[in-house]
Design a protein around this ligand. Structure first.
Ligand code: XLS
Ligand code: NI
Ligand code: NI
Length: 439
């Protein structure tokens, strides 16, 4: 790897929990072998191109604060290539095996769709060479169907079929590109697939159109031999007032209603879960319960703010709970942990980009290790199992096997009388969790 854009920063080494080097990992040792797989393979960390390499720190009250040295120059394609050189240097130095992008993150949108496709082809060629040389892979690709003003009323849910067609063309191309780059998944996040007011909205037609769009994507993927996993990334709001893929539960309902559930899993983002009024852990459990846990957009919100602040998550307690659920569900399969997280506006230095990802990766790796210990010791699982043990025998088992009805149950209730109360033991369990977190 040529060191050109981050000359002062070496590949981030693992130095263990005792190190005082802020540019070292304390918990993420990519080469550590656990159960026959390296930690790098277990964690499947991914860098989000849009935040790490297109984020400039702009907010609704002021422009960007972050100026990267590789952004200089008139020719947009040249700049895009140089930016990508920097990105791949970063992916390698931070020891992330994957990255993710939207079509328009990596290549500039042109004056026409043809020109946009041409730009994309040029950059994809560049990406392909970088992937080959570095071994870094594409976790997922997606299309930006929310940035350009043409999508202000939605893309697949736009009232204008012409806009629908344009979006379809864009996703067609994004699927081709994702396939070319060996992408392991393809994500739909419908930031503008929702509404601002029901006064101008035919909700039923919009949902029908969204489903039609997704069926077309599935069909087209099949026709070109793209075998990656399709993922829906739910979010309740922002930028629209109400997004149709509100949370995992409404996503499941949508996918089942339109017979799409076979083709999709979920990409769960921490901050989207909390915006929907759920915990991260809740969304993971809801997806896992129906075998639709796909991938994670790793970030965190701010409890005092009602929008997607996309911060790096260093809350080991929250991540441990998430990890317990993920591991119990059998892991993420073709998914991974994608840092859909951005630097705070005043964090303008290149080193900040490293500190941010080191913190996120370490917190996740630590949570992974703690969760494995929790599961191996089995105390939590045993507690939950015994809490439901009345369903393992007798009429409880008959309930689960659907062998019994109200009449028989009424007889049992008459015979047994009042059920004995039993404690949920929440405080005991919170203390138990703390023994893993803090000893
Ligand atoms: C925005 C979403 C977006 C998706 C990809 O809130 O998180 O970044 O992950 O389109
Ligand atoms: Ni996301
Ligand atoms: Ni988000």
């Amino acid at each position: 790897m040529k060191s050109r854009h981050f000359k002062d920063i070496p590949e981030i080494p693992y130095e263990g929990p005792g190190t005082d080097n802020p540019l070292a990992f304390r918990h993420y040792n990519p080469d550590e072998v656990i159960d026959g797989k390296t930690l790098k393979e277990h964690m499947r960390f991914s860098i989000a191109y849009w935040h790490a390499f297109r984020g400039v720190g702009a907010d609704p009250f002021g422009p960007g604060t972050i100026n990267r040295p590789w952004e200089k120059g008139r020719d947009q394609i040249t700049v895009a290539k140089r930016r990508m050189d920097a990105a791949f240097e970063f992916f390698q130095k931070i020891q992330a095996p994957f990255y993710c992008f939207h079509d328009r993150d990596i290549a500039p949108e042109g004056a026409t769709l043809r020109e946009s496709n041409k730009n994309l082809d040029a950059i994809v060629k560049h990406a392909r060479a970088h992937q080959k040389e570095s071994g870094v892979k594409l976790l997922w690709g997606t299309a930006s169907l929310f940035t350009n003003p043409r999508y202000m009323n939605g893309a697949a849910t736009s009232p204008d079929a012409h806009v629908f067609a344009y979006a379809a063309a864009q996703v067609k191309k994004a699927l081709e590109v994702t396939k070319t780059l060996g992408g392991e998944n393809y994500v739909f996040w419908g930031g503008r697939e929702g509404y601002e007011t029901l006064l101008n909205t035919d909700l039923k037609r919009e949902q029908d159109h969204l489903a039609a769009f997704m069926h077309m994507a599935v069909d087209y993927a099949k026709s070109i031999g793209f075998t990656g996993q399709f993922l829906i990334e739910p979010k309740p709001k922002e930028p629209t007032k109400h997004q149709y893929d509100f949370d995992v539960a409404s996503g499941i309902a949508f996918l089942r209603t339109y017979k799409l559930d076979r083709h999709f899993k979920f990409n769960i983002e921490t901050n989207h879960a909390t915006l929907a009024g759920h915990t991260f852990n809740h969304e993971i459990e809801v997806a896992a319960a129906v075998g639709m846990l796909g991938s994670i957009d790793a970030n965190a919100g701010d409890t005092l703010l009602g929008w997607d602040t996309d911060q790096f998550n260093t809350d080991v307690r929250e991540l441990t709970l998430a990890m317990v659920s993920i591991l119990r569900a059998g892991g993420l399969g073709s998914g991974g942990f994608n840092f859909d997280a951005k630097l705070r506006r005043p964090s303008i230095d290149l080193t900040d980009l490293f500190y941010a990802h080191i913190g996120g990766m370490d917190a996740y790796a630590l949570a992974f290790k703690i969760a494995r210990r929790i599961l191996a010791e089995g105390k939590l699982n045993e507690f939950v199992k015994s809490r439901y043990s009345s369903y393992d025998v007798g009429f409880g088992r008959d309930i689960e096997k659907k062998k019994i009805g109200f009449k028989e149950l009424e007889k049992i209730a008459f015979k047994l009388g009042e059920p004995a109360p039993s404690s949920g033991r929440q405080e005991y369990l919170e203390n138990l969790l703390n023994t893993y977190l803090h000893g």
